[in-house]
Design a binder for this molecule. Structure first.
Ligand code: GLY
Length: 396
């Protein structure tokens, strides 16, 4: 693959294309109108789909693997904030009993992605409406997430029921009780929010201890990263790297890098601890050097020469949000601003946007090793557009 530190296309894209961004944002609103009703009619995870029809996805709302339902509610709440059309809020509110049930009565069937699920539901609803019932549910989700913290290893356990020591996830028999994963950084804002709401530092302490562990073990000397890391439970000592989402243990998963860029920047937003901002910036600089003239990142930056260079536009969308967050803290340099604009321009082009009304998905090739649509790709595209168009801040 042709790797250059400043691809020609990025050098040319110095100004945001706001007309294209507004069109893409309007497209997100249009598709959200149908999608949020379908989700409320039949709550489920609706994670990804080759043809963009998320609602054929089989995983139910209460299944332990569900980390994606709230990408629809997050989009609907952005649509409500922008249009003030109560339809969007009313559809989101239809899901309130399920969100409450999941953390009060089915809390063992959850994993560390409670941050994704409840920041884009309860926290967002509380921030937008002030209604205390969402605060209560959001705080309960933070409590359940905090229970996953392993104090000896200083990490939040990623997967598996808390009452199972070794639980199968994906491939039967894979040990999941001793592992953290890079995606977890996006779950920490739920804990920061819980501390700011309650004044109890417990949540923020867990979040920063986990962020410190990720900082210490996940980033390689060349600023690429591992997807997962195992720890010895009795001593808390690191065992070694693991992989579930990238091509392999020693590969460099593009979306994982994007989660880390954004996640560390968000940890800085909530704590003002400089090392998190420094890490985000370093990882962003590394990420940009991996982009080629196509601009949208390949799903894993260390693919074998004969592998299909499938693009992951969701990694691009998450990275844009991270670069926006860096810029907000006045640390982004010219190369970072150019990359942000180029990535957003590219994924808003007709090559990647699906404008057909019959298709629930917006962003093509937003998944990973196959060119599928994903609910998270659509969500982070909309969030990036809202920030670029100055329509409102993110809910994290
Ligand atoms: N679990 C987060 C991801 O697949 O990116």
């Amino acid at each position: 693959m042709n790797k250059v530190s400043k691809p020609d296309t990025i050098q040319e894209k110095t100004a945001p294309d706001t007309i294209q961004y507004q069109k893409a944002f309007d497209l997100c609103i249009r598709k959200t109108r149908g999608n949020i009703k379908r989700l409320a009619d039949e709550p489920k995870s609706a994670a990804w789909a080759l043809d963009g029809n998320f609602f054929n996805h089989q995983e139910g709302f209460f299944e332990i693997g569900n980390w994606t339902s709230s990408f629809f509610t997050g989009m609907a709440l952005q649509a409500w904030r922008e249009t003030e059309d109560e339809y969007f809020l009313n559809q989101v509110l239809r899901l309130a009993p399920q969100y409450r049930e999941k953390v009060f009565n089915r809390h063992l069937d959850t994993h560390h992605d409670l941050g994704f699920l409840y920041t884009l539901y309860s926290v967002a609803l509380h921030k937008l409406t002030g209604d205390k019932q969402h605060r209560e549910v959001g705080l309960r989700a933070a409590e359940v997430l905090a229970q996953r913290f392993n104090g000896k290893g200083g990490f939040i356990r990623a997967w598996g029921r808390l009452d199972e020591i070794i639980s199968p996830f994906g491939t039967a028999g894979v040990q999941t009780d001793n592992m953290a994963i890079i995606d977890s950084l996006m779950n920490l804002p739920l804990l920061y929010w819980a501390t700011s709401e309650t004044g109890d530092n417990k949540y923020q302490d867990i979040a920063t201890r986990h962020a410190n562990t990720v900082l210490k073990y996940f980033i390689r000397t060349d600023d690429s990263l591992w997807h997962a890391y195992r720890f010895d439970i009795p001593t808390g000592k690191p065992v070694g790297p693991e992989n579930f989402c990238g091509r392999g243990v020693d590969s460099y998963w593009a979306r994982g890098a994007a989660w880390a860029i954004y996640g560390f920047a968000l940890s800085y937003r909530h704590t003002r601890v400089q090392k998190y901002l420094d890490a985000s910036l370093r990882l962003a600089r590394k990420f940009i050097t991996q982009l080629d003239a196509e601009v949208a990142p390949v799903w894993d930056f260390r693919l074998p020469a004969n592998a299909a260079p499938v693009r992951d536009t969701s990694a691009a969308a998450v990275a844009v949000c991270g670069l926006q967050e860096l810029s907000k803290h006045h640390v982004a340099d010219f190369a970072i601003l150019m990359a942000k604009n180029a990535l957003l321009d590219r994924i808003c082009s007709k090559d990647y946007l699906d404008s057909k009304d019959g298709c629930p998905g917006v962003l093509k090739s937003a998944y990973g090793d196959k060119p599928a649509f994903s609910s998270w790709g659509d969500y982070f595209l909309m969030e990036a557009l809202a920030r670029e168009l100055e329509l409102g801040d993110a809910f994290w």
